[in-house]
Ligand binder design. Structure first.
Ligand SMILES: [Mg+2]
Length: 316
């Protein structure tokens, strides 16, 4: 059911984020040695078990803006980023986002607020782009434009935009229930051609066809905060276990590095494919704002496909 996959995408992102939160910055080896297999939502620092970080906070700014405005409005998204900053509940905000939001607060337009240059190729826009993939799933051109517009608010960098577009496109395809997971990587790589993101996705495709175990593959693809690495690793984790949400997000965390963001992206993609109905009960119940996230997903579904009805069967 399509509506259920919209809900699964947003809550899946938060679950991946919360699962990875306690391990951010640790190496894969340290996580394995100290914790073995990661399956439970754990507390860390000021955050309780099940609480999400900046990744979900920023995604919520976009999702709530879409639901209120009915479409992607970058000016309104930028205003919500600034409002979130004012709340002080920043939960590990990245330096690129912080710098750009300070620009917004100085009165600089969303078109010029984003960081430029090679240090702006972080994963801070890919991590929050899921709602754009949902609202724009029927219109690929609009998806490209909206990915660009919401990305440059903080990351005015071609690789950061390509990474966000890759994630949004994966979600847009999967949420229909009609995507072929065997051809997803080449499809995405073709969409963001001539980028480092595409080159690492091609590498992921080679590793996948060689049946490389996930831990070995993500060690090659990378799990730093560099978007080129994050997107390829997150999609690899999904494509190794497309029908098993928990294995996907757990393997994204076990890769170490920017664990909350890699797992947030893997969780959004897997959630879009599996839907809430095929996700395990315990993280769905334990993650912060579970109902709200699912309701937002369903609201975006209604906006994206207003004349569609899940129960409508054209053959009867
Ligand atoms: Mg985070």
């Amino acid at each position: 059911m399509t509506q259920d996959r919209f809900a699964g995408c947003l809550v899946g992102l938060a679950i991946g984020d919360a699962l990875g939160m306690p391990f951010e910055g640790m190496s894969a080896e340290a996580i394995r040695q100290r914790y073995g297999q990661v399956t439970e939502l754990l507390p860390a620092g000021r955050l309780d078990a099940g609480q999400y970080t900046d990744d979900t906070k920023m995604m919520l700014c976009i999702a709530e803006s879409i639901v209120e405005r009915g479409h992607v409005d970058p000016e309104d998204v930028a205003r919500r980023f600034a409002e979130w900053f004012e709340s002080g509940d920043l939960r590990g905000i990245g330096s690129t986002c912080l710098e750009s939001i300070l620009n917004l607060k100085r009165g600089i337009s969303w078109r010029d607020s984003g960081r430029r240059g090679k240090w702006a190729a972080g994963n801070g826009t890919a991590m929050r782009i899921a709602p754009v993939g949902l609202i724009d799933y029927p219109d690929l051109e609009r998806l490209r434009e909206d990915c660009w517009a919401t990305s440059i608010i903080t990351h005015d960098n071609a690789e950061a935009v390509a990474g966000a577009t890759a994630v949004a496109y994966a979600i847009a395809r999967l949420v229909t229930g009609e995507a072929d997971t065997r051809t997803l990587l080449p499809e995405i790589a073709a969409l963001v051609e001539d980028s480092e993101v595409a080159r690492n996705l091609e590498q992921a495709r080679s590793l996948l066809s060689a049946d490389t175990p996930t831990g070995d593959a993500v060690a090659v693809l990378g799990t730093s905060g560099y978007v080129v690495e994050t997107v390829a690793s997150a999609l690899y984790c999904f494509l190794r276990t497309p029908d098993d949400f928990m294995s996907t997000v757990a393997s994204a965390v076990m890769g170490g590095g920017d664990t909350d963001t890699t797992a947030a992206i893997a969780g959004a993609v897997s959630g879009a494919h599996n839907g809430v109905l095929n996700m395990p009960r315990h993280p769905l119940e334990e993650v912060e704002d579970s109902e709200r996230l699912q309701a937002l997903g369903r609201a975006i579904y209604r906006l994206a496909s207003p004349q569609e009805d899940d129960d409508y069967d054209p053959t009867t």
